[in-house]
Design a protein around this ligand. Sequence first.
Ligand code: KIV
Length: 289
Amino acid sequence: MSKALKDKYTLTHLRQARESGRKVAMLTCYDYTMARLMHDAGVPCILVGDSAAGVILGHPNTLPVPLSFMIEITAAVRRGAPLAFLVGDMPFGSYQASIAQGVKNVCQMVQQSGCDCVKLEVTSHHLPLVESLAAAGVAVMGHIGLRPQAVGLMGGYKTQGKSADEACEIVALALQLQNAGAAALLLEAVPPEIAKSVVEMTNVPVIGCGAGPDCHGCVIVTHDGLGLTPTRPRFVPKLADLAEPMKGAFAKYVEDVTSASYPAGEHNYSMPAAELAEFRKKLVIRFGP
Ligand code: KIV
């Protein structure tokens, strides 16, 4: 039986999952073809993350990826997975300059990509922006804990909230975001005890990314789970090992073309015999024997 979603998955379903305790799966996706597969597999929530900067574009961090690119790929994923709860990621530089800049760019993301929610990596500095977006009717997912866009300031990609003070700050920020109108939270790279406190002390759905078992849902970078990236972070489950079969397929293609075993008869387009005979005659008339 098909596992594909039959109805649109919305924020209401995410909130219901929070209440019922049913865990929610979210995967990253960056293109139409993969989105179609996720649709067929019944993936309810998809994040078009700025991790595309590394996974798709080969950058060493998420900072260089522009808003126009994020909108383009989010719209492609929307076309492939029309029923999923789709989260568009606001890239570095698209909302840091001012509230006006953030609101304008978020509206552009929502209008042009068809996403259901936008994710922003936030500190307390961004609370007025979250408030303005919520007032404008936008579902905002506040990304806290490890914020890859702040890699420079954080001095690398490190687990966050390892000291009691830092942990309290994360919980306080989660509450502030909720009060500012954030519709959901994404908690990245924190010890499970902190995630549990955030879950217990807030009333919005919390998606964990390396945050233990107590969040209402989990997200991973799909390519990590599929074994397509060079290293798999420890919190990512091994869903498949697609790198070797894909490399094998590419090598086989090279071999088949090089050895002229491809293309074979079954790969050729055909032409009516009479037209072919006529074509041969015309060739001789026009270009000589
Ligand atoms: O950009 C992204 O894919 C993310 C996830 C790693 C949470 O933010």
